[in-house]
Design a protein around this ligand. Sequence first.
Ligand SMILES: *[C@@H]1O[C@H](CO)[C@@H](O)[C@H](O)[C@H]1NC(C)=O
Ligand SMILES: *[C@@H]1O[C@H](CO)[C@@H](O)[C@H](O)[C@H]1NC(C)=O
Ligand SMILES: *[C@@H]1O[C@H](CO)[C@@H](O)[C@H](O)[C@H]1NC(C)=O
Ligand SMILES: *[C@@H]1O[C@H](CO)[C@@H](O)[C@H](O)[C@H]1NC(C)=O
Ligand SMILES: *[C@@H]1O[C@H](CO)[C@@H](O)[C@H](O)[C@H]1NC(C)=O
Ligand SMILES: *[C@@H]1O[C@H](CO)[C@@H](O)[C@H](O)[C@H]1NC(C)=O
Ligand SMILES: *[C@@H]1O[C@H](CO)[C@@H](O)[C@H](O)[C@H]1NC(C)=O
Ligand SMILES: *[C@@H]1O[C@H](CO)[C@@H](O)[C@H](O)[C@H]1NC(C)=O
Ligand SMILES: *[C@@H]1O[C@H](CO)[C@@H](O)[C@H](O)[C@H]1NC(C)=O
Ligand SMILES: *[C@@H]1O[C@H](CO)[C@@H](O)[C@H](O)[C@H]1NC(C)=O
Ligand SMILES: *[C@@H]1O[C@H](CO)[C@@H](O)[C@H](O)[C@H]1NC(C)=O
Ligand SMILES: *[C@@H]1O[C@H](CO)[C@@H](O)[C@H](O)[C@H]1NC(C)=O
Length: 756
Amino acid sequence: MGFNRFILPMLLHLVIALMLSSASTLTPPTFPIAMPGCKDHCGNVSIPFPFGITEDCYLNKYFFINCTNSSTSVPQPVLQNAINVTDISLEGQVHLMQDIASDCYDKNGSLLGNISPWMRLSKRFTFSSTANKFIVVGCDALALVKGFGQNRSYATGCIPSCDYKEDVIDGSCSGIGCCRTDIPPGAWNINVSLTSLNNHTKVWDFNPCSYAFVVEEKAFNFSASNLTNLSDDLSLPVVVDWTIEEGSCEVAQRNTTSYACSGKNSHCYEPFKGLGYRCSCDQGYEGNPYLPDGCQDIDECQKEETNNCKFGELCINVEGGYNCSCPKGYLQKDDGKGSEGCIPQPKKSYQALVAGAFAGAGVLFLVIATYTLYKVVKRRRNKKRQEKFFKRNGGLLLQHQLSADEGGVEKTMLFSAKELNKASDGFNENRILGQGGQGTVYKGMLTDGRIVAIKKSKKVDENQLGQFINEVVLLSQINHRNVVKLLGCCLETEVPLLVYEFIPNGTLFTLIHNGNNEELPLTWNLRLRIAIEVAGALAYLHSAVSIPIYHRDIKSSNILLDEKYIAKVSDFGTSRSVTIDKTHLTTVVKGTFGYLDPEYFQSSQFTEKSDVYSFGVVLAELLTRQKPISSAATDEDCNLSLATRFLISMEQDSLRNILDPELINQGNEQEITAVAKLAQRCLNLNGKKRPTMKEVAIGLESMKLSSVQSTTPENFQSPSHNEGESVVFSDNNYTWTTEGDSSRSVSDVDPLMNKH
Ligand SMILES: *[C@@H]1O[C@H](CO)[C@@H](O)[C@H](O)[C@H]1NC(C)=O
Ligand SMILES: *[C@@H]1O[C@H](CO)[C@@H](O)[C@H](O)[C@H]1NC(C)=O
Ligand SMILES: *[C@@H]1O[C@H](CO)[C@@H](O)[C@H](O)[C@H]1NC(C)=O
Ligand SMILES: *[C@@H]1O[C@H](CO)[C@@H](O)[C@H](O)[C@H]1NC(C)=O
Ligand SMILES: *[C@@H]1O[C@H](CO)[C@@H](O)[C@H](O)[C@H]1NC(C)=O
Ligand SMILES: *[C@@H]1O[C@H](CO)[C@@H](O)[C@H](O)[C@H]1NC(C)=O
Ligand SMILES: *[C@@H]1O[C@H](CO)[C@@H](O)[C@H](O)[C@H]1NC(C)=O
Ligand SMILES: *[C@@H]1O[C@H](CO)[C@@H](O)[C@H](O)[C@H]1NC(C)=O
Ligand SMILES: *[C@@H]1O[C@H](CO)[C@@H](O)[C@H](O)[C@H]1NC(C)=O
Ligand SMILES: *[C@@H]1O[C@H](CO)[C@@H](O)[C@H](O)[C@H]1NC(C)=O
Ligand SMILES: *[C@@H]1O[C@H](CO)[C@@H](O)[C@H](O)[C@H]1NC(C)=O
Ligand SMILES: *[C@@H]1O[C@H](CO)[C@@H](O)[C@H](O)[C@H]1NC(C)=O
């Protein structure tokens, strides 16, 4: 199967598409908005047709914009000779500035000034009833807004009041110092009148004036200071909807000379019933629909979000739309509900090609052709072999998975056998990084210079293939800081090869047990950090990914350390296929025996809590710096596993006896005790009573946080024995909810644990 040859062109297309889309964001498409030869802006306000600045540049007198720089050096667009315009949109809105009404008094209650402005627009312009509100600010005010909406007159208003400035709530305009109300749709003029009930005599100290205005709702946010500080020459924005004419589309279309939407690919619509019409570009076009050639084709292929071509498809722009097609040699896969992407075309056989070559070429080429045929057949035989392995190793299953899961395609790389052979120097013995129950790990360098770890798996059981492939697909999608990244795999070889990122600093096991590292003392903080990182990764695998992944083989030698000694959980995958039965006990499971959940051991039932148990052993390792099985402990319990000895010590309140001596008197007693108690809970023989990985991760994380806060060291104390408690960290404010009783006695310890 030419699987690489399938994926690589797809990736190329993706890269090209990305490059195109990033290029297009640099140069946004521009289209003319004004008539040819006309100015399309005034100051920094753009003026699209039907609006215009000079004769013949606007549709009719209602859309004339007087662009003068009367008082400022920046020209100011003015509509109908009085109203300042700040924005005009082709979607049918203009933003205008308007004066506000005010009503001011002196201390004795005499009127100082009353401004009651009004605004009258032509019927093509109506105050937006959705974007605007009528707002009255004041503690002794009575305001009305009146005018004409469509053919009817309207009047509305409100009466805000307040007794003390302290009663006013910033941001709330609901009657105390500020009130607001809707205006009716279709209003084309407004006349605000404002008065007071008590001439502001009772509130003059903090509110000498009242104010009232129709305003763009989001442009005004009431605050108590507005009661004193709203200046009376202020102007505020108001949103106005515009239409071409008062008539309907049907009526407008009858007069072809006056119809505004007669341009190509433009159509008429009525934004509000009976309030005139507007134009809009047809689907697939953009631009100014009021200009004869204003609507231009959108190149949907320029941007990914404007087309929905599937992965691998080529986007081809056409007038008013786009087509998705597959590159040469690929077919569109269609499930009836639309295209699903491209799949390779069934290949013509080599013989057909060769036969064609024979027919076309003369005798002269006979020799060359024969030679080619020989080569092809040889290569094919080789290929056949690889294909056989590919199939047997689950390649077809994987291919199926990948085509079902679009996201996976880009992330899982299928490496060729040749590539990995070269990368690992022919699986040279010098390149071996480690050997384990599941296979041998080689160091390799890919042609692009990346250093990788290549794991040569043990032969995969045919029955487990589905799981193996599932896991490859799942793992390749995991992108967690503390999980070793699976870069890809190779299935063309006799045994499957997995390719991981290379992690340089060895395993946690080496760090803990192989003497002291001069550069890096194994401080409590480092241990705690590593524990937090590992717990976080496991919690993520257990709960954050779509299908929970159980590691099944947590141990310190499966935790790698990168150049900054950041922990990376490794080696999942094949551990899933380990079956627990008596015959395998001494061979396959032996290496990880000290970490094995006794409950799982008995029932063969792996649960998420089995991972928690193994993690508990790692915590115990970090605390005691002792190996999980066989240790330098005293004779009588040298046969006991670390987990058992740890539990016994905890039961006997003698954590100090088993603790790494380096940790004693370092001043982290509280934290150490807390971690030890957490480890104890993880090691509970009853899986149900163990915390979940998530709880463990949160618990450890909170210790880190609290350790930043509490800096006072105390003398080391053995953990107090709290029988039957449900709160573990009782003296540290940590609360844990557990199901019932967490006490245990030594006799609970599984007899198996004592035997081995
Ligand atoms: C125009 O300029 C004014 C003042 O410089 C600014 O407040 C306003 O936001 C600008 N408007 C646009 C649409 O850029
Ligand atoms: C534009 O406004 C200026 C200043 O207000 C005024 O002098 C001029 O007559 C106006 N132009 C037109 C065409 O109305
Ligand atoms: C407006 O400004 C331009 C450029 O600053 C200047 O040439 C022109 O005379 C001004 N017009 C008025 C009416 O002030
Ligand atoms: C309109 O703009 C001019 C110039 O910036 C300014 O003098 C005038 O007060 C404004 N009018 C309104 C109603 O905002
Ligand atoms: C307010 O009334 C008092 C007493 O009647 C008077 O002395 C004072 O001048 C008045 N103040 C104003 C601003 O009219
Ligand atoms: C309120 O002001 C008006 C106008 O100045 C005046 O006629 C009226 O007497 C005043 N009322 C009170 C209660 O001060
Ligand atoms: C407004 O009145 C005119 C003439 O009286 C009538 O033709 C039109 O249909 C009315 N419009 C609405 C929206 O009622
Ligand atoms: C309005 O102002 C209040 C207080 O000043 C603030 O909490 C709120 O977020 C503001 N709302 C908006 C929409 O700006
Ligand atoms: C606005 O309303 C007031 C009070 O009803 C009235 O006296 C005034 O003439 C109106 N102004 C306009 C322009 O309609
Ligand atoms: C209202 O008060 C707030 C807070 O002081 C201020 O940011 C805002 O500009 C004021 N609004 C007006 C229209 O002056
Ligand atoms: C608000 O009003 C007070 C009193 O009227 C004044 O002292 C202060 O300077 C004003 N603040 C602003 C930002 O206008
Ligand atoms: C069509 O519209 C044009 C321009 O507004 C106008 O001059 C003409 O009289 C209209 N024709 C009819 C039949 O209404």
